[in-house]
Ligand binder design. Structure first.
Ligand code: ATP
Ligand code: MG
Length: 236
């Protein structure tokens, strides 16, 4: 059984069809990548799974229940967390305060402390900077905080929207290592990336989106070798 099963998802903004019948699935412990150029509908797909935009069609099953009608909060409680595009931290709050925002659905202090330890172990730099204002961090460090904040909700499914965007190459590889490590420890992950090479290297399965539709799907390693994908997304 799949942990997440998105079928024929549709998202509209007024008259604009941003997602036009996207289907993808993710098994427990799997890392699935959604790749595609600007405006392909990647973020809209993630937002629909998180409940931040409503879907105008299709079904989203998570752990054997349809969730497309649930409020965002209820989806967080079921175990879905999103690290949004552009990070969206509270710049005038400290790193620690930002992380705790992610834990607001978590009742017990012991669980919160345990999650904090795990985030700090994953990103030692976040620990070093925990008392600094989030707005004073580098882009890469802010991205680490954004991923950490999503992890603070103790998700079963982590969705990452463009974690490499606008970040120095050296830090991109640090973040990629952390994503790989999280997945190896059992976290199920949906990774949205314009950096297709990075995403396909990390992913078990991947889907390429264009104009709100899936145009290619397959194993990450297979798509890395696919002539169409190489031409359209890898610049070779
Ligand atoms: N809030 C919104 N209101 C109106 N149109 C929107 C809104 N959000 C996205 N769109 C449009 O929907 C389409 C898909 O956007 P989306 O952000 O999902 O794409 P994306 O694949 O994430 O792109 P990018 O790589 O630039 O982040 C685009 O045409 C975009 O302009
Ligand atoms: Mg996007």
């Amino acid at each position: 059984m799949h942990m997440l099963d998105v079928r024929d998802l549709r998202v509209h903004y007024g008259g604009l069809a941003a997602v036009r019948g996207v289907s993808f699935r993710l098994g427990r412990g799997e890392l699935v990548a959604l790749i595609g150029s600007n405006g392909a509908g990647k973020s809209s797909t993630l937002k629909a799974v998180a409940g931040l935009v409503s879907c105008s069609g299709g079904a989203i099953r998570f752990q054997d229940a349809e969730i497309q009608k649930l409020a965002p909060e209820a989806r967080v409680q079921r175990g879905i967390a999103l690290s949004p595009e552009g990070r969206r931290l509270f710049g005038r709050m400290t790193v620690l305060e930002n992380l705790l925002v992610g834990a607001h659905t978590v009742g017990s202090r012991a669980e919160r402390d345990e999650s904090l330890k795990r985030v700090y172990a994953l990103f030692p730099r976040v620990h070093e900077r925990r008392s600094q204002l989030a707005g004073s961090l580098s882009g890469g460090e802010q991205q680490m905080v954004a991923i950490g904040r999503a992890l603070m909700a103790r998700p079963r499914l982590l969705m990452l929207d463009e974690p490499s965007l606008g970040i120095a190459p050296k830090v991109v590889s640090e973040i990629a290592d952390a994503i790989r490590r999280l997945n190896h420890e059992g976290m199920s992950i949906v990774l949205v990336e314009q950096n297709a090479r990075l995403a396909l290297r990390l992913a078990h399965n991947a889907y390429a989106l264009e104009h709100g539709e899936v145009v290619k799907s397959g194993k990450g390693e297979e798509l890395l070798e696919d002539p169409y994908v190489r031409k359209a997304y890898l610049g070779v």
